[in-house]
Design a binder for this molecule. Structure first.
Ligand code: ATP
Ligand code: MG
Length: 316
């Protein structure tokens, strides 16, 4: 059992998240049956109610499990199936006495992180419409409905493409290559802490698009338009750091130039999603080692425009 994450629960107890092995199948099976048996009855009953240790062993072999231990006792589990570039989340189970402490969220987050590291492009699951709170829980975790059969909804979420940029020049070079994928009407929403490298990436994009004017953190102006020098789209560079809401962003009258420019919004998460139905989400993160300048750049394609160019993003 390898330890994947460790944290403390609100009540001070230790939560350890581990990758289980076939030896844990019996305990996992009991946990799944207990969690699903505690839910209101639905018709048809979920297959999880008739889970067996053999079924768990087969499921672990077709992907992996993520098991939560509270003070070393099994408290929750998620089983992930992996099928080429796609993955499925199954049997999300938390024993009744451990519920409402964020254990399911922690399990799903770890599962999604592992899938991102493997380069998986998307993840799906089935949720029952009879449990609207469960469906909205998945929506809060970024899942959207993609299909339905009876009362079973298929919910899916795109996973980010992960790129490493050891130096600021590498981040700029990724921006330059990303510019080749960008076209008029595109919206890029960048997030990441102060000094993460959002402006540095934008400088690369500006160089790649061949736009005029130097790209700097737009601290005093909220947005700056960089016209193309080669007859291509302009770059609209917005800093939403001091914008409190989407309404304030709309007050900038960005719409006038949205269709014929590339719009990049720094600090745009939670503010700029309304600008377009399809957008590229960019999240830049440092490593845990302060002596290491490497940035991890996560690109999440949202909508058809971006999912259709996922392979190009992976090749950046
Ligand atoms: N691998 C790297 N990628 C990007 N920037 C790096 C890297 N290594 C070091 N740096 C430095 O980190 C700083 C990033 O600053 P930048 O202004 O791009 O961040 P930002 O995310 O736009 O910050 P703010 O939130 O203040 O706008 C720059 O000084 C850059 O030279
Ligand atoms: Mg900046």
């Amino acid at each position: 059992m390898s330890v994947l994450a460790e944290t403390l629960l609100g009540d001070g107890r230790a939560l350890r998240i581990v990758e289980p092995t076939a030896a844990d199948a019996e305990a996992i099976c009991g946990l799944i049956r207990e969690a699903f048996g505690n839910r209101p009855v639905v018709d048809p009953p979920p297959p999880a109610l008739s889970e067996t240790p053999e079924g768990v062993i087969a499921a672990l072999a077709g992907g992996f499990g993520v098991l939560a231990l509270v003070d070393d006792q099994p408290a929750g589990v998620v089983i992930v199936s992996v099928d080429g570039p796609m993955a499925g989340i199954h049997r999300v189970s938390v024993r009744p006495q451990y519920q409402r402490q964020g254990i399911a969220s922690a399990l799903v987050e770890v599962a999604i992180e592992l899938l991102t590291l493997r380069g998986t492009s998307g993840v799906e699951l089935v949720a029952r419409e009879e449990f609207p709170q469960v469906v909205s829980w998945w929506r809060r975790h970024g899942f959207v409905e993609v299909a339905r059969q009876g009362t079973s909804l298929t919910l899916a979420r795109q996973l980010p493409v992960r790129l490493a940029a050891p130096t600021a020049e590498d981040t700029q070079a990724i921006g330059r290559r990303l510019a080749r994928v960008l076209r008029a009407g595109d919206v890029v929403i960048a997030s990441g802490d102060l000094g993460a490298g959002k402006t540095t990436l934008t400088q690369g994009i500006g160089a790649g698009l061949e736009v005029a004017g130097s790209i700097i953190s737009p601290t005093f102006v909220l947005s700056r338009v960089h016209p193309s020098t080669v007859g291509g789209p302009a770059l609209v560079h917005v800093d939403a750091y001091r914008l409190g809401s989407a309404a304030e962003l709309e007050d900038l009258d960005l719409d006038v130039s949205l269709d014929d420019s590339v719009t990049l919004v720094e600090w745009g998460a939670g503010v700029a999603e309304g600008l377009a139905e399809d957008y590229l989400e960019v999240d830049i993160r440092r490593t845990l080692d302060p002596a290491d300048d490497t940035r991890w750049i996560f690109l999440t394609p949202i909508g058809e425009r971006w999912t259709s160019v996922r392979a190009e993003l992976e090749a950046l």
